[in-house]
Design a protein around this ligand. Sequence first.
Ligand code: SF4
Length: 66
Amino acid sequence: MRISIAADKCMGHGRCYSVAGDVLSDDEEGFVAERGRTLEVPEGLAAQAEEAADACPEGAITILDA
Ligand code: SF4
């Protein structure tokens, strides 16, 4: 699975890395550190990635392929 995180939509709510700490991390300002990137979700962490996408109030996280 790959996910992409839209840098222009991320407002730094922090919900994504709170529920998916094995996939995403925060930067020093509270934004998701991986914003603006497309990343491959490690094997076994797809459920966390989906939770992160569901948790983001800005819809910044898109699941590209499941
Ligand atoms: S939950 Fe959404 S808005 Fe908040 S840090 Fe994560 S990607 Fe950004």
